[in-house]
Design a protein around this ligand. Sequence first.
Ligand code: ADP
Ligand code: MG
Length: 359
Amino acid sequence: MAGIDIESLATVYPNGVRAVDGLDLSVADGEFFALLGPSGCGKTTLLRTIAGLENASEGTVRIDGADVTRLEPGKRGVAMVFQDYALFPHMSVAENITYPLKVRRVAAATRATVAEKTSGELSLQGLLERRPGQLSGGQQQRVALARAIASEGKVLLLDEPLSNLDARLRLEARTFLKKLQRDLGITTVFVTHDQAEALALADKIAVMQTGKLVQLGSPREVFARPSNTFVANFIGSTPMNLLEGEVGATDSSSSGTVEVAGGRLPAATGSIPTGAKVTVGIRPEYLTLSTGDATGPSIHGIVVVAENLGTSSLVSVDCAGTLIGVTVPEEDEPAPGTPVNLTAPVQRVLLYDQDSGEL
Ligand code: ADP
Ligand code: MG
């Protein structure tokens, strides 16, 4: 078992693209760590640089305390699962799983034992003699995982491990992967562009944007307090409301308010001066919609439309010309045209700098 420490890491491709652009990151021993970001932000490159499949141009990679920056991939003690699984089509499942051991000249009898044991852990019993082409997508994915685990690396690197599975299988595989990682306790970095997957699986999430780290935190932290408007836009299955606002005057009784969409909300304005323009971030899940009078600062609006999200509804409310999304339980869904008041607890109202987008 081992942690990963990355310092000032940059990976520059020969064409000059700085795919990883000065990044610091620590993954703790045994942690299930998600690298999350939109397509093209450098996730795969970072993973491949940790594995040694790309050369670091600047900075260092340490695994289990040892500097591996210039070490060849086979000597780093990492096991990687590629997005397309990269199984050998002409080999059986057992041969695929134990291939890394064969390369290391582990005896055939030992390899057979490992194949048997690993196939049990990954629910591949009875499939050891098949070829990859005779397996479902989910089974192929588990063979790729089995091969990584059988190689007994100190860290497991997974590049979008679930992205090639259909929606239903993906949910099953998610649960499976979480349980497997917990049982094995192996330090795991997995790459995904799917924020829901990262929130569901990871102990910790690193959000990347154009080769840089923009936020590091637990799923709850990243969801509740995105550190800038990019992360705010990217995380959450319903988009965060990002609204133009102005810091209101503070009176002695309240902690501060922000004027937004023709109304007011409580806000921790801190040292931001009265009258300052800000971007107000509020998740639809954190707003409360009421048809009666609101006590305290609120925003008045008219329900435009409600969208069914399953057990809840996303209600769009027109507030002085600004549309605000609010999530309500499906049984509380108001009819279009209903006048409503919106409120939110002060700790849920985030104020971002209008120019930099930073919290
Ligand atoms: P992600 O996995 O987040 O989608 P990648 O790491 O694949 O991102 O790519 C990051 C950036 O590096 C992109 O701009 C991509 O076009 C570029 N890139 C990726 N691989 C190469 C390569 N082999 N040569 C040159 N540029 C590359
Ligand atoms: Mg990628």
